[in-house]
Design a protein. Sequence first.
Length: 135
Amino acid sequence: MKFDEFKKRYLADGKTRRKPRHIEEDIQSSCVTWFRLSYPQYVIFACPNGGSRNRLEAINMKRSGVLAGVSDLIIIAERAVLFVEMKTKTGRQRESQKAFQSNIERLGFEYKICRSLSSFQLTVEKWLKEKYSVL
């Protein structure tokens, strides 16, 4: 089998596939590490909603309470919660994420989109300063 035949047979569009880039995950990991080192008294955690799943697993997760559009990170401080969506410089929210943001803000909580470690640091520090006059 020649390479051209292989491409036509196994690649639907005939194009070679790119290796997936995990830029958003790398930024998020840096943010979590920085936060845990800087503010060990508070809680930060991720909601791993994304990724590919088979049909049965997706059905089970939905029945178990997984909600489309939930922010990537949730920060809990004393009587305050911040929802953070991580995006790359060019990343955009999906409709489910916009709906989640709308619900969160309607309930009186803050929701922020961060595109880098530095924007995350500024967001968190500003949020904590407004809430607690910390820093």
